[in-house]
Design a protein around this ligand. Sequence first.
Ligand code: A2P
Length: 348
Amino acid sequence: MSKKLTVAVVGATGAVGREMLKTLHEREFPATEVRAFASARSAGIKVPFGERELTVEELKEDVFEGIDLAIFSAGGAASQKFSPHAAHAGCVVVDNSAAWRMDERCPLVVPEVNAGALNGHNGIIANPNCSTIQMVVALKPLHDAAKIKRVVVSTYQAVSGTGQKGIEELERQVRDLFNGRDPENNTYPYRIAFNCLPHIDVFLENDYTKEEMKMVHETVKIFNDPSVKVTATCVRVPVFYCHAESVNIETEKKMSARDARVMLSQAPGVRVFDNPRELMYPMPGYCVGDDFTFVGRIREDETIENGLNMWIVADNVRKGAALNAVQIAEELVQRELVRVTDKDIFMS
Ligand code: A2P
């Protein structure tokens, strides 16, 4: 390795932060130094990085001097507060929160779909919402071939999407129920164990949730195509890892289920797992830890002229968060874009 490259993971004690460290190590990211940050609560504790351990440092506004690239997964508030200071210190941020996704100054990137959007970045790059990432990875090749007019998506989202506290709530509630105790609801408004909640993130004026509207707006930004209409229903299910999505698309041009299968089997980041006769279809319980976005149940929608139904599953903590962020970081290195041109753009 010739050039010095110091990388920070911010939110390193969280579910996604830990996966980011694991992913950086597994993919042999060309960093000369990796540092781990979290809140003051966690300063001094150790987090694994390959065979080694890193000592967690407290995140402060002035820590970014000498750090080239910071991958954030510390929630929207921390990102809003600290990312501008990182960019000001010349450190490029890849941020996993929703803080910067719809900001016009920030590219919103899924490398298999729109890596080109990284060119000319201003120092903060946004990682899309987990549900959007897996959907656009699967839909991009179909959009290119047949032009998608409308998407109707219903999600089945794992509790790890809420971070460590979501994982702990499901674990605790299952244990409580099996031991005859009344489970407490600390993270979700209702019990998540043996239940489904049609409610992710907050409700908005239009009665959709913020999560649902993220899928609508982020898809348009990533495809750079306002003509794509998306409507979503997002549901939290009692699954630890991997989001599943039932997706219906209407296209301008006719595309058979067979053509879609062939096209998707050649698409980057996608694995087609689709053979009803052999009971082959992707499932959250079998995709954990995998880097691919799995697509199955591909069928023609018999109620419209040009429509397809499909079932899309991916590990929300990996491709939906940590892996996508690390892939963005890899693209930045390859494209020699680990530099901030205007250090003050986010400071006003
Ligand atoms: P900490 O563990 O010290 O609270 P998850 O999404 O799994 O809950 O993880 C959130 C991550 O973001 C944790 O590493 C958490 O650190 C970190 N975090 C949350 N708020 C802040 C903050 N204000 N400053 C630094 N790190 C933060």
